[in-house]
Write a protein that binds this ligand. Structure first.
Ligand code: HEM
Length: 125
């Protein structure tokens, strides 16, 4: 298997990732009921975010932590939900690609997950 090297390949990963999230009722309600995401708008934003993070392209300007604090204010994002999220994310990468960028992408997701959970704990005090 090859490494992730282009925005098109990042699209493949996030597309497969969202299929897994939406098929898992333990977490899908966040994306269908709490925040009604429109996949055709959401996936390109994810591609921009991960292309900037992994491939060094630009263009992502949103406040990622604040976006998740806003989701959490509507419906609690528990440690279990973060673990489910990360497991589907890792599976979507590992089933399609392998290499250095894959490891960087998984590491960044872990780090951001930790940061988000710390901010959520502070917000909930
Ligand atoms: C419990 C775990 C998580 C849940 C349930 C979750 C849920 C969501 C939801 C509902 C949105 C759409 C928000 C909106 O459009 O108003 C979103 C956006 C996003 N999430 Fe998460 N998220 C989780 C963890 C993470 C983690 C760990 C990352 C790490 C990179 C991440 C990356 C993103 C990105 C890049 C967006 C797009 C933000 C934008 O529109 O600019 N999420 N998430």
């Amino acid at each position: 298997m090859k490494d992730i090297q282009t925005p098109e390949e990042i699209y493949t990963v996030v597309d497969e990732f969202y299929k897994k999230l939406l098929a898992d009722e333990k977490i899908s309600y966040i994306f269908t009921d709490v925040v009604k995401i429109k996949l055709e708008e959401h996936l390109p934003i994810l591609v921009t975010f991960w292309s900037q993070a992994i491939l060094g392209t630009g263009g992502y300007v949103n406040n990622l932590t604040q976006i998740h604090l806003d989701v959490n204010a509507k419906s609690y994002l528990s440690k279990e939900l973060f673990e489910i999220w990360l497991a589907h994310f890792e599976a979507a990468i590992d089933e399609n690609f392998e290499g250095f960028n894959c490891e960087r992408m998984k590491n960044q997701a872990h780090n951001l997950s930790t940061i988000m959970q710390i901010k959520i704990a502070q917000q909930d005090k």
